[in-house]
Design a binder for this molecule. Sequence first.
Ligand code: SF4
Ligand code: FES
Length: 258
Amino acid sequence: MNFTLKVWRQKNANATGQFEEYQAANIIPEMSFLEMLEVVNERLVGEGKDPIAFDSDCREGICGTCSLMISGVAHGGQRGTTVCQLHMRFFKDGDTITIEPWRARSFPVIKDLVVDRSAFERIIQAGGFISVRTGQAPEANALPVPKDDAELSMDAASCIGCGACVAACKNASAMLFVAAKVSHLAILPQGQAEKDRRVLDMVQTMDKEGFGNCTVTGSCEAVCPKEISLDFIARMNREYASALFKAKFTRKPGSDGG
Ligand code: SF4
Ligand code: FES
C-alpha cells in the first residue's frame, strides 16, 4: 500500500509549525499506524533528516500515549481503537492522510506530534486517590462490593488518560476524563472517605488547567478508545452539586465557604 502523509512538524513549543508532505511507500496492510510512521522515519533518518516525533509506549491500547489526530479524527476513526492498534488495512491504498497532534490550549505541543499532557496528571494528583491503612492485605471478602457497582467502576477505570476526549471537543473539555476518574473511585466503598473532596478538587483543578466547558455534544464519547459513556459526566455533575451543597451548609461560621 502507498500513502501520502501530511504531517504537522513543529520544532518546539514556541516555534511555528507547518504541514510537511511525505510518501509512505510499500506499506504492509498488517502494519500498525505507528509502524508505518517508523518506516517513514527510517527513510528520513537515512536521508539525514529529522524523524517525525510521536509518542508511544505499551502499543497494546493501555497506556494512552499514542495520541494522534488522523485526518481530523482523534485516534483515526476505528471505534474503540487507539492509534497503536489501528492497522493500515483500515485505510485505502493511495489515501492522503493528515496527521496532527492534539489541539488544545491545555496540551501544548512539545515537538511535532508530541504534546504535554501533564495537566491530566495534576487533575489526578488533586483527588484521584483513596486513603488506605498500610500493612497486611485485608481479607478479600471483608468489604463486599455489589457486582453491578464493581462492573460500573471497572468501566470507568478503563479510561487510559489519552486525551482524545479533549482533542475531539470543540471546547477542549476534559469532562469525560475527569468523570471517569472521579466515578471509578466514588462507586466503590473504598472511595467513600474522600468522595466529596475528590470531586470538588478534581473539577476545580480541571477548570484551573484551562479545559473548556462540556456542552454534551458527545464527540468525546464517539472517539474514546475505551468507549467511556457520557453517563459518567451526568453522574459526576450530580456528585459535584451534592458536594458543593454539603460544603456550603457545613462551612464553619466566619469562613467564606464559597
Ligand atoms: S475518557 Fe476516553 S478519550 Fe478521554 S482520556 Fe479517557 S480513554 Fe481517553
Ligand atoms: S502506545 Fe499505549 S495505548 Fe497506544
